[in-house]
Ligand binder design. Structure first.
Ligand SMILES: Nc1nc2c(c(=O)[nH]1)N[C@@H](CN(C=O)c1ccc(C(=O)N[C@@H](CCC(=O)O)C(=O)O)cc1)CN2
Length: 291
């Protein structure tokens, strides 16, 4: 079993991005600038946004964090988005998800200028991705493709089962892996909460992407030997024995699944850190496209 090490791969990527930033600076070009909007005080969202800001510092980007209270209205948030759209120094920005329930996520994501949409969530970028045109790929699927490529995991002609159909991970992952691309050319099945006899599909899969958000859902009896496992889930599960009061659990039961796997991502240290590295990559791209 080979661990697909997202912590190490993302660190390698950050070194490469930092080198590109140095080159931009020596050429007298603009320093990439990422902004993030956080609405509310959800613990996990605060962790991720802070990690994004720290990653910007590490690679030499400028960053701006716009921290808004939970009760922020949709109108106020839309005004903040317009300010970022109109600010020429900002190359790309993201709105951390999930948003509080009183805010319509689609209205918010559609207000982002697609040229600054480094999350790749705007319908224009989703459409371009679907047509395999240059766009910003959503960071988690982009990170998974990068991990598969860097570890030379064969995907061509393989049967990929994606469990979960979210707009952020499952749906784009299924589109990208069926395309003609490195880490693509696969035959893809999308399974979801209404899928009957899921085990019949997972037992046939060469690659499983578990992105349903149910801790330790995929177990050893559901997979065949030699499978590649990508675990996208990161749930905080209460655990009084831990200093923080919780442990991080993936969607995969690592203990029973890893012995049967050829490749597997751990949680933590797998897909999560790759998400941040690919956001940086998109921001660099946004900055380079401007100049
Ligand atoms: N606007 C966005 N919102 C959300 C996205 C996104 O891509 N754009 N994805 C997720 C959360 N996410 C990034 O925002 C994210 C999740 C996990 C990690 C990560 O590094 N996880 C670590 C563990 C960190 C911890 O201690 O909790 C790991 O897996 O090793 C980074 C980013 C939803 N929202």
């Amino acid at each position: 079993m080979i661990l697909l090490d997202g912590k190490k791969t993302s660190a390698d990527l950050k070194v490469e991005i930092a080198e590109s930033v140095k080159k931009l600076k020596t050429e007298g070009k603009k320093t990439p600038h990422l902004a993030a909007i956080l609405v509310g005080t959800d613990g996990a969202s605060m962790t991720y946004v802070n990690a994004k800001v720290k990653a910007c510092e590490l690679v030499g980007f400028n960053s701006t964090l716009i921290d808004l209270p939970e009760e922020t209205s949709e109108e106020t948030l839309l005004k903040e988005i317009q300010n970022l759209n109109n600010n020429n120094d900002i190359d790309g920005f993201i709105i951390q998800l999930p948003l509080p329930k009183h805010i319509n996520e689609q209205n918010v994501l559609m207000a982002v200028n697609p040229d600054k949409d480094v999350d790749g969530f705007h319908p224009t970028n989703v459409g371009k991705m679907t047509l395999d045109l240059p766009s910003f790929l959503p960071a988690t699927p982009f990170g998974i493709l990068e991990l598969l490529e860097r570890y030379n995991v064969e995907t061509s002609g393989k049967h990929v089962v994606v469990i979960g159909r979210s707009h952020i991970v499952g749906r784009p992952m299924s589109i990208l892996m069926s395309q003609k691309r490195p880490a693509g050319n696969a035959t893809v099945t999308v399974a979801h909460s209404r899928t009957k006899n899921l085990k019949e599909f997972t037992l046939q899969a060469d690659i499983i992407i578990a992105a349903l958000g149910i801790p330790e859902f995929l177990t050893g009896d559901m997979i065949k030997d030699g499978v590649t496992i990508i675990d996208v889930g990161i749930t905080r599960v209460e655990d009084a024995t831990k200093k923080r009061g919780y442990r991080l659990a993936g969607d995969v039961d690592f203990k029973s699944v890893s012995p049967k796997s050829a490749f597997i991502t751990p949680v933590p240290g797998g897909v999560g850190p790759m998400t941040i590295a690919m956001l940086l990559k998109n921001t660099l791209l946004a900055c380079e496209r401007k100049s």
